[in-house]
Design a protein around this ligand. Structure first.
Ligand SMILES: [Zn+2]
Length: 343
């Protein structure tokens, strides 16, 4: 056993006793190595390059014009995105969301955009490890943070976990507890998927707080699915960052709230003093393989701007309704820097 592996196992064994700060919290792991949090720049907090595992290409080699075709299109879009002022994407696709870490690294290298990849567990699709105890998940998350993902030395820079509804199922709870423990052991931050209209963030917060992980390390995703300002302000007041990241995505018709309404909610939260608790993103997937093609089509119809929606449409609109350029900068640059850079 090599030294780092031994240290790693020792740290996992010791975690129950005292949280160890294992890595320099000012550094953020991107798929091309660590960078200072101050170098993140304009950051989209919740995106996906693709939902297609490495095994997908063996079974369906011609999909999306083949792997090469997908990479070429992604690189073209990401170069344009970078030219429009975006520096960094947080890719919140864990293994069971269809992560292909080598593909993510390739499009980052070829486009020049910085990408932070995640560990974690989504639990909505096979091959989720639903029966794993929290201890095993904690070890797995830490391994992807400290050793690398899928046999590479590409390390995860954030932990993604999810709850599908308001109640937290037993496997979801184990994943949330493992995320909290891995965060305490490594300093790496957490981003979640919540069912915000059912106040799912509050249930997640209970578990995170029981585990003793600071809300300052946690972003509650899809918060803009809720228009309940008391719910949102309550979580922001407790120190959580709210991911306003579903702005104009093709969602189920019964769950759809117009993007202008969501923008108005963002303005209300800013007016209440929570500008430093908001992330802006779009939850786009450049190529969906694991979902039915209708879903991709629906998303494209709803949002033809795709990954350019925030820079082309949302941000100009926010300015029109009275959000200042400085407040935009805080949400897109300053909040990611502070979220990832704080000890
Ligand atoms: Zn997502």
């Amino acid at each position: 056993m090599n030294t780092s592996r031994r240290q790693f196992l020792f740290r996992v064994a010791a975690m129950g006793a005292a949280p160890a700060i294992a890595i320099d919290a000012r550094l953020v792991q991107t798929v091309r190595g660590p960078i200072e949090a101050s170098k993140l720049g304009f950051t989209l907090s919740h995106e996906h390059i693709c939902n297609c595992t490495p095994e997908f290409w063996q079974k369906w080699p011609k999909s999306f014009g083949g792997r090469e075709g997908l990479v070429a299109r992604a690189v073209e879009q990401l170069k344009a995105l970078k030219a429009s002022g975006v520096d960094t994407l947080i890719d919140l696709t864990p293994y069971d969301g269809g992560r292909d870490i080598r593909l993510i690294e390739e499009v980052s290298r070829k486009s020049g955009i910085q990408i932070v990849a995640c560990t974690g567990q989504h639990l909505f699709a096979p091959p989720s490890l639903v029966d794993r105890p929290a201890e095993a998940l904690t070890e797995f998350f830490i391994e992807e943070i400290e050793q690398g993902i899928d046999g590479t030395d590409i390390k995860a820079g954030i932990i993604k976990v999810a709850t599908a509804n308001d109640a937290v199922t037993a496997p979801e709870e184990r994943a949330l507890r493992a995320a909290a423990r891995a965060s305490k052991a490594t300093g790496v931050r957490i981003a979640t998927h919540t069912h915000a209209r059912l106040r799912g963030g509050e249930k997640q917060a209970e578990i995170f707080e029981a585990e003793g992980v600071s809300p300052a390390r946690i972003s509650l995703g899809h918060s803009d699915d809720s228009g309940d300002i008391d719910y949102l302000a309550g979580l922001a007041r407790r120190g959580y960052t709210l991911g306003m990241d579903h702005i104009n995505r093709g969602l189920k018709p019964d769950a759809r709230v117009s993007w202008k309404t969501r923008a108005a909610h963002i303005k209300q939260l800013i007016d209440k003093g929570f500008v430093d608790r908001l992330f802006l993103s779009q939850d786009t997937v450049l190529s969906i393989a694991m979902f039915p093609p209708e879903l991709q089509g629906e998303r494209e119809r709803t949002n033809p701007d795709g990954i350019f929606f925030n820079t082309r449409t949302l941000i100009p609109h926010l300015k029109q309704i009275g959000v200042s350029s400085e407040q935009i900068r805080i949400m897109t640059v300053e909040n990611p820097r502070r979220f990832f850079g704080r000890g």
